[in-house]
Design a binder for this molecule. Structure first.
Ligand code: CLF
Ligand code: SF4
Length: 509
């Protein structure tokens, strides 16, 4: 262990000096590495498969592949504890309509794709990236994910990436697209060293697509019905194959729509794996009449956490699954699950701004040591689970604010990270958002938290008062703050061993 005090200070550094105090000894400055277009072989389908119950780690894949994903909070589950992404909303135009999207809707309290507060020009986006890179040491990735389509709005996407790549060469570039215009830009994507591309693929059967896409706009023409879905499907498969042939790491996002594509997503998983996708992210449909989407207005519901997990589990053995997605806004900033976008509104950013790498460099030096320590702790936790020798399988909800530690008070948690644990191992299976934090929301908020934690056996947090603790217990949830500031895996391993491990043999027995 040993670094958690420093990391706590790094959660919200307010000045370089504060950061340096937190990081002893201070790390000397070094020049940022030059960006080079990736010239790697395409990863083999399934490359990067983790051992059961553990996030992918250096030994699970070729070293050059690990180097490419190790700091990407979406491509590496381990990295999401430490590294942040930011999206710049430079691409408002879109070439199709999805039944789960309404881009006219804008609510700062919402957190879902296709919604944005402040659309930016490439120049404004560039200034915002510099401002965030100067203040958020965890920043490792710049993503363009709309609020429309990054490939269709290429005339805004390209100059934004080009300018940022020049100023901050070590920032990873990441692009998210519906795939329709993707094949037209694959060569440029590879040349520009955009090493991570996400394609949203909800079906590989155009008949199913007719229930999701009312129309597309392609080659200056509007298509509807089966013709639209067929064109979209063919373009998505073509784009995926072109990218993987060039060695770009492709993640496929699929929106799970109960009754529409739930039984079909295992087939999607197999098809995208065959074409070299690195990861598959199955996300729950977010549907509410207040959002004004077709699905919201027609009563199409989203899946329950148990339904989502069942579909994810049905894909076991196929393309690797991402389970830690937070369905970010198109202008999200920060660690996954937090959104600091409001701190970096255009009005707060100076017109002339220069990149200062000090905070990011200092943070990385600490995190490199912290991650080694964390891996050792994970290994020990796995041994503790195995030694417990129990067949009991439990779901554990953890209150954390990053750093892979149990480091958040119960009442402050806006979400809980959920792990499944048994003597066979431990696996991150997702997160549960809560509508209101208990602190400030009182008993009504607590009721909603208990509802959000349906199916969970135990809650681990840094601190909890007697009153909420008693109410959780009355609702059948165990709770403990005895593992405050431990690594999550250490806490779960110790808890499990204490609760379910065979009792030691009595002396003299
Ligand atoms: Fe952004 Fe997407 Fe790149 Fe990540 S998000 S463009 S791959 S940097 Fe990540 Fe957000 Fe989920 Fe996307 S958590 S919605 S998967
Ligand atoms: Fe909305 Fe994205 Fe679908 Fe376009 S592709 S309609 S922006 S969800």
């Amino acid at each position: 262990m040993g670094f958690f005090v420093s990391l706590d200070a790094l959660q919200r550094p307010t000045s370089v000096e504060e950061m340096r105090q937190a990081l002893k000894p201070a790390v000397p400055k070094r020049a940022a590495p030059k960006r080079a277009a990736p010239k790697m072989a395409a990863p083999k389908p399934g490359a990067g498969s983790p051992k059961l119950g553990t996030p992918p780690a250096p030994g699970d894949m070729p070293a050059e592949l690990w180097t490419r994903i190790q700091d990407h909070p979406c491509y590496s589950q381990e990295a999401h504890h430490y590294f942040a992404r930011m999206h710049v909303a430079v691409a408002p135009a879109c070439n199709m309509q999805c039944n789960y999207c309404n881009r006219k809707f804008d609510c700062a309290n919402e957190s879902r794709p296709g919604v944005v507060s402040e659309k930016l020009t490439p120049n404004q986006a560039f200034r915002k990236v510099i401002a965030v890179a100067n203040e958020v040491p965890q920043l490792s990735v710049l993503g363009i994910a709309g609020p429309g389509d990054a490939c269709y709005d290429w005339r805004r996407t390209k100059p934004t990436f080009t300018a940022v790549a020049e100023a901050i060469p070590d920032l990873k570039l990441c692009l998210s697209t519906n795939g329709l215009a993707l094949p037209d830009h694959v060569d440029e994507i590879a040349e520009m060293a955009i090493d991570h591309v996400t394609i949203t693929i909800n079906m590989v059967d155009p008949q199913i697509g007719t229930k999701i896409y009312p129309w597309i706009f392609h080659d200056r023409k509007r298509y509807t019905g089966l013709e639209a879905s067929t064109i979209l499907h063919e373009r998505q498969m073509l784009g995926l194959e072109m990218l993987t042939a060039r060695g770009v790491l492709v993640k496929v996002n699929s929106v799970l729509i109960p009754g529409v594509n739930d039984e079909h997503l295992a087939t999607v998983n197999a098809e995208v794996k065959k074409r070299g996708a690195f990861l598959h992210n199955i996300m729950p449909l977010i549907s509410d009449p207040a959002h004004g989407t077709h699905f919201g207005l027609t009563g199409q519901r989203g899946p329950t956490p148990a339904e989502l997990k069942a579909v994810q589990d049905a894909c076991a053995g196929g393309a690797n699954l991402m389970r830690h997605c937070r369905q970010c806004r198109a202008d999200a900033v920060g660690l996954l699950g937090e959104d600091r976008g409001q701190e970096f509104s255009l009005a707060t950013i100076p017109h002339d701004i220069t990149y200062d790498p000090a905070k990011r460099e200092a943070y990385r030096a600490v995190i490199a040591r912290e991650r080694d320590d964390h891996r050792r702790a994970r290994h020990d936790a796995g041994a503790a689970l195995r030694a417990a020798g129990s067949a009991t399988r439990i779901l554990v909800a953890v209150a954390t604010q990053g750093g892979a530690r149990v480091n958040q008070h119960f009442g402050h948690a806006k979400e809980f990270q959920v792990y499944e644990a048994s003597s066979a191992g431990m696996q991150y299976i997702g997160h549960r958002k809560v509508a209101d934090q208990y602190c400030g929301g009182g008993d009504a908020a607590l009721g909603a938290v208990i509802e959000a934690l349906a199916g969970v056996d135990v809650v681990l947090c840094a601190k909890i008062g007697d009153c909420p603790q008693n109410m959780l217990r009355a609702a059948g949830l165990k709770v403990s703050d005895a593992y405050a500031y431990d690594y999550i895996e250490t806490a779960i391993g110790d808890y499990y061993a204490n609760e379910y491990g065979a009792p030691p043999l009595a002396l003299g027995a």
